[in-house]
Design a protein around this ligand. Structure first.
Ligand code: IMP
Ligand code: MG
Length: 178
């Protein structure tokens, strides 16, 4: 599996250190507020696990799964909720935990949906953003790293459902997805 990666973009230690920094910032910003973290599956699950252990205030966790990319490396153009949260967002401060923003379509759609359900606030904590002109500008309240506009795998991110278990963020060899 590791031979399919051409380059390590972000090492395991850097990912963990950044999750700790973000967790500390979130702990300060949400002190005394009812906080609900909504992790976007499947890609956000490893980031969530590191992030929540660095947050020192009480919080709830729920999960939502959406499909936007199908199984390949291109966006399908529509965002569908495949699994919804089971917690009420009413009067809570929601923080979406996501792996990566590319066009911004997925996060925009999720944020709009959660606002419409009566959340007190909806903010976004995203591990990675691709450095390019965004099709839909989306404000990220907490961002881990900006990366080049290439296809990233590992630390939760997949290509065709594989490579999520790599402990770092890497670039897949191009012959693996062509
Ligand atoms: P967007 O809707 O175009 O912003 O795409 C965001 C979603 O596409 C993320 O939730 C990921 O699941 C997926 N995605 C985008 N870029 C990558 C990548 O480089 N590697 C793995 N998944 C990606
Ligand atoms: Mg995702």
């Amino acid at each position: 599996m590791i031979d399919d990666v051409s380059e390590i973009l972000i090492a395991e230690e850097e990912l963990q250190a950044r999750a700790v920094e973000l967790g500390r910032a979130i702990s300060l910003d949400y002190a005394d507020k009812p906080l609900l973290l909504v992790c976007i599956l499947k890609g956000g699950h490893i980031f969530l696990a590191d992030l929540v252990r660095a947050i020192t205030i009480s919080l709830e966790i729920d999960f939502m799964a959406v499909s936007s990319y199908g199984t390949g490396d291109r966006s399908s153009g529509t965002v569908k909720i495949v699994k919804d949260i089971s917690t009420s967002v009413h009067d809570k401060h929601v923080l979406i935990v996501e792996d990566i923003v590319d066009t911004g379509r997925t996060l925009r759609r999720i944020r709009e949906g959660l606002m419409a359900r009566g959340a007190n606030s909806v903010r976004i904590c995203c591990l990675l953003r691709k450095a390019k002109r965004q099709n839909l500008a989306i404000h990220l309240d907490y961002l881990g790293f900006e990366i080049p506009d290439r296809f990233a795998v590992g630390y939760g991110l997949d290509y065709s459902e594989m490579y999520r278990n790599l402990p770092f963020i890497g670039i897949l060899r191009s012959e693996k997805y062509r």
